[in-house]
Design a protein around this ligand. Structure first.
Ligand SMILES: Cc1ncc(COP(=O)(O)O)c(C=O)c1O
Length: 387
């Protein structure tokens, strides 16, 4: 009996494409989510100073008080959420651990969580560990991937326990409007649901779109856990610093989970985090301005190729429809990579049902973006000519 090699999916598929891209010296990465900017120098200086000062011991699982205070100030000033640094903030190993802790704190075996799809793939991975059931709400580029609250309402069952709201979203780059959030909060209150909110891209919003943190809305805070992280905002993906904020009783559970899973986050990273949040914010503005310019370049190139997409309202990427090529997204990404050494992420890696999309990020300097997009165009022409 012959066995077919198992097709790679989800995170495995992404890792195998990344591994192949690494073998091409001229590869251009239009898929991955690492900012191409350097971590600002004052943050690096703070980490160096923390090492020189011999900050080498264990820290409490919830994090250094000075960092929790800086987070509480940031969350108040930018997200308009009041949190008590003593009981309502837990520092985490990046957004990834934060999302895992939130999912574990809220959901149990058999609970249902409504997830607008497509969505950030590692939520799916985290959900698998809880035995909770993901109830997907399909969204599409025609409506800029809006999750209509009326559709959310239709998916509620007696087992529904939570809503997942990632805004700006990865990979769709959709931003949930304040009006929709108000309605979603009303639904959550009516059905006594928890909200898992992800604000990691909150400072990257385009055109006239406005980011609203759901926990800032009346009646939401007591049922919402919110994550954020320094990874994207301060170009610190490898430093691993994130946090969860939420109501004290639930945060006690987040803290207990954090203590059991990994204990306190690296003390050096936490000192760097204090510098990031309390120091000059110009680097963040500079990066946001660069993403705005790059977004324009990417969208103009996609328009010229005749690709359709959800208009990126925030975040650092665009989710574009490639169904007109006749290929599924995994095969499209593989062909573009093998033929032109450009890495785009297949939509099917985010969600098996999203095989008509690819994600491209704005995380390359302008000249590389132009070059990468030109190569995508060449690969696409070849694909179309062969079909
Ligand atoms: C929506 C979203 N949440 C959480 C994370 C995880 O963040 P981190 O890189 O800090 O672990 C990411 C990373 O890409 C993301 O896109």
């Amino acid at each position: 009996m012959t066995t077919q090699p198992k097709q790679k999916q989800g995170t495995d598929l992404l890792y195998s494409l990344i591994a192949e891209a690494r073998t091409y010296p001229d590869a251009i990465i239009l898929g991955r989510g690492d900012p191409d900017f350097d971590t600002p120098a004052h943050i690096i200086a703070a980490a160096r100073e923390a090492m020189i000062q011999q900050h080498a011991g264990y820290v409490p699982p919830e994090g250094l008080l000075s960092l929790r205070e800086a987070i509480a100030q940031r969350v108040k000033a930018i997200n308009h959420i009041d949190v008590d640094p003593a009981t309502e903030v837990v520092v985490t190993n990046g957004g990834q651990e934060a999302l895992f802790l939130m999912v574990l704190a809220v959901l149990e075996q058999g609970d249902e969580i409504i997830v607008p799809e497509p969505n950030y793939n590692t939520y799916h991975d985290a959900l698998k560990f809880t035995g909770a059931v993901k109830v997907g709400l399909t969204t599409s580029y025609e409506t800029n991937f809006r999750a209509d609250p009326a559709d959310v309402r239709r998916l509620i069952t007696p087992r529904t326990r939570a809503l997942l709201l990632v805004s700006p979203n990865n990979p769709t780059a959709g931003v949930i409007s304040r009006a929709d959030l108000l309605e979603l909060v009303a639904i959550a209150r009516e059905h006594d649901l928890m909200i898992i909110a992800d604000d990691i891209y909150d400072l990257f919003v385009y055109d006239d779109f406005v980011h609203t943190s759901v926990a800032s809305l009346p009646g939401a805070k007591e049922r919402t856990l919110t994550l954020n992280a320094l990874s994207k905002t301060y170009a610190m993906t490898g430093w691993r610093l994130g946090w969860v904020t939420g109501p004290a009783p639930l945060m006690a559970r987040v803290k207990a989970l954090k203590a059991a899973i990994s204990g306190g986050t690296s003390i050096i990273t936490q000192y760097a985090g204090v510098a990031a949040l309390t120091g000059p914010q110009e680097p963040v503005q500079m990066m946001a301005d660069a993403y705005r310019r790059r977004r324009k370049i990417v969208l103009e190139a996609l328009d010229a190729m005749g690709m359709r997409y959800g208009v990126p309202q925030g975040g650092q990427f665009v989710f574009a429809d490639i169904s007109f090529t006749g290929l599924g997204s995994a095969e499209f990404a593989q062909r573009v990579l093998s033929d032109q050494h450009v890495l785009v992420y297949p939509g099917s890696a985010f969600d098996r049902e999203r095989a008509q999309y690819v994600r491209m990020t704005f995380l390359q300097p302008e000249e590389k973006l132009y070059e990468g997009l030109e190569r995508v165009k060449i690969a696409m022409k070849k694909i179309m000519a062969a079909s």
